[in-house]
Design a protein around this ligand. Sequence first.
Ligand SMILES: C[S@@+](CC[C@H](N)C(=O)[O-])C[C@H]1O[C@@H](n2cnc3c(N)ncnc32)[C@H](O)[C@@H]1O
Length: 277
Amino acid sequence: MKTYTQAPLPFQGQKRRFLKHFKNALKEFSPTAIYVDLFGGSGLLSHTVKSVYPDATVIYNDFDNYSQRLENIDKTNTLLADLRVICSKNPNRKDKERLSDELHREIIERISHEKGFIDWVTISSSLLFSMNYVISFEQLKKEKFYNKVRLSDYNAKDYLEGVHRIKKDYRDLFAEYRNDPNVVFLVDPPYLSTDTTTYNREDYWKLADYLNVLKTIEDSSYFYFTSNKSQIIELCEWMQNNGYCHSPFDGATTVTVGTQLTYNAGYEDIMIYRNNN
Ligand SMILES: C[S@@+](CC[C@H](N)C(=O)[O-])C[C@H]1O[C@@H](n2cnc3c(N)ncnc32)[C@H](O)[C@@H]1O
């Protein structure tokens, strides 16, 4: 089985920078457990568990229908091959340089001929300035374009091999597995106050929603992902120390990875895990 170190198609919030630590921490968990990836996103954590533990049962919650993007990868590659040709007419051939209005028109014309599914996230990451995403043709037309088209095709061969894909609200999925002692929950919700435009439901993640997720890790074996921007761990520890509640992070192991944003001060991404068995 081919092992991927990042999701085969662009995905905001994928956990690629944690993979080394995640694999390492998995050693403390059972090779035959049921791993339930409640917020599957690109499926990178599900893929990684299955590649490390082929005998594990892995449930991937594909809430965003990422697998539809994977199924259409050939179609996307064909479109990108044409965009690559158009972009190469850029006289200066500098990737960071804005494409002319004429090339912009040509690109829009080419995309307007596409029928059926279009992978807007991949198109965005091929044409728009860093971290800008659109989810429709109307939005795309208004954007300035840059030549960021990859030189090689995308490939997702065997990526979700052996993984069980489902698509439902994380609460329903949690309810199905909560009483099974052999379960490890992978809990990677959208971060508080971050851009979730490319996710299934916009503007949904408010503080209360975020706190509700903690119910999934109260008594479970889990991996939980957050960032120090959310201060959720600090909040829970304070509540415990002041006698309000038992922190779901009590007795867990924390791993942090620093992030340097170009337009902002750095912050830390956090993986915190606990094996109850
Ligand atoms: C931070 S991303 C997960 C990234 C993933 N671990 C990866 O490595 O690609 C959070 C995901 O939760 C999804 N999500 C949002 N609301 C949800 C819900 N109610 N139930 C399940 N998933 C949800 C988002 O659409 C997004 O795909």
